[in-house]
Ligand binder design. Structure first.
Ligand SMILES: [Zn+2]
Length: 349
């Protein structure tokens, strides 16, 4: 295990940080948060921290804009936060956290795989896999073991699939952090990915797509995606639905299941993941927990074909320089001007 360059922080920042890399290549940022007061800001502040682990998070966000909602008034950003709980349930959990008057511990794990990597014949496959890893593991076989554990203990969990990354997040009362992490880590160590669970999760993916269909901002993005040069990953249909995630002559789903396992083994590798933990645990305690639990995540060679820098800019096409009149679903009138910028990755720092 190697210690990495430690993050810079403000003098006013009372948190303590430690970044390290496990032997399997997993990059980890540990945050000791001395604040014991309640408040549901753990996940939010964690998102800021993700950028500290690796600037790639922030870089990829530029590409990810394509898939992201831009208007606050839209609430069907299904692909972004797809394990959405209904409002009522979510409030209940928030109240639960508050009544315990205790700040929650939180974790986020990102993997460098997303819609861009979807196989040509299975659009939305990355999103489907994101759903499937929740469905039980060798160690915790029950389908909703993790979600049940987290929600029973004052927390919440979610995940999203973007163009080039998949992110899983949760928070929970600190006392149960280790137990939740052990269940969480199994998504990446030994998920069952059972054939029997596939149909249910396909339905979930399908219903998220159906929810996105009437979203004006999603529709506008889809128009943009439709004008990129053929074969460009930006043009992919990354939501997925029951029509796109389908293999002919595979009545019992065996082939789809095999593909799912192969896909996971190819991309869900420790050396392609970043993990951030934040809790009132000391840094030493967090380090011990993370080493004990996450060292078992398999690592492997970097999959080929993930460098898109040779591709032409997706919007350097005549179709981009046009006015499009889009009939909205909602009752709204708006003008939107768009510029395609060159990549700014090299200037991130
Ligand atoms: Zn989803």
């Amino acid at each position: 295990m190697a210690t990495m360059e430690q993050p810079l922080k403000s003098e006013n920042d009372k948190k303590l940080y430690r970044s390290l890399r496990l032997d399997n290549g997993l990059k980890v940022l540990l945050i000791h948060d001395p604040d014991r007061n309640h408040g549901r800001i753990a996940q939010a502040s964690l998102c800021e921290s993700m950028a500290s682990v690796s600037c790639s998070e922030e870089e990829e966000a530029t590409d990810n804009e394509l898939m992201e909602e831009e208007e606050e008034e839209e609430d069907t950003d299904a692909l972004e936060f797809d394990k959405d709980l209904d409002e009522e349930q979510s409030h209940k959990m928030k109240d639960k956290g508050k009544s315990d008057a205790e700040k929650l511990a939180a974790a986020a794990l990102s993997i460098r795989v997303g819609g861009f990597q979807d196989p040509e014949d299975l659009p939305g496959f990355s999103h489907f896999l994101e759903h499937m890893v929740f469905m039980g593991s060798e160690k915790y076989k029950s389908e909703n073991e993790f979600d049940d554990f987290v929600t029973t203990h004052g927390g919440n969990s979610n995940a999203h699939t973007a163009c080039e990354e998949t992110v899983f997040v949760f928070d929970v009362l600190p006392k149960y952090f280790e137990g939740a992490l052990d269940r969480f880590a199994q998504f990446f160590i030994s998920p069952l990915l059972l054939k029997d669970s596939m149909e249910r999760e396909l339905r979930a993916v399908d219903s998220e797509f159906e929810m996105a269909v009437p979203s004006d901002s999603v529709r506008k993005e889809q128009i943009l995606q439709s004008i990129v040069p053929p074969g460009h990953p930006v043009g992919k249909f990354m939501w997925g639905n029951s029509k796109s995630i389908y293999i002919a002559n595979d009545p019992d789903g065996s082939i789809l299941n095999q593909r799912l396992n192969e896909y996971r083994q190819k991309y869900y590798l420790a050396n392609r993941m970043n993990l951030v933990l934040q809790s009132r645990h000391t840094l030493d305690e967090l380090e011990e927990i993370v080493r004990k639990i996450f060292s078992a995540v398999p690592s492997g060679p970097e999959p080929p074909g993930l460098d898109y820098s040779h591709l032409p800019p997706p919007f350097d096409v005549p179709e981009y320089n046009k006015i499009y009149k889009v009939a909205p679903v909602k009752d709204l009138n708006e003008v939107e001007l768009r510029w395609a910028l060159p990549t700014l990755l090299a200037h991130y720092k």
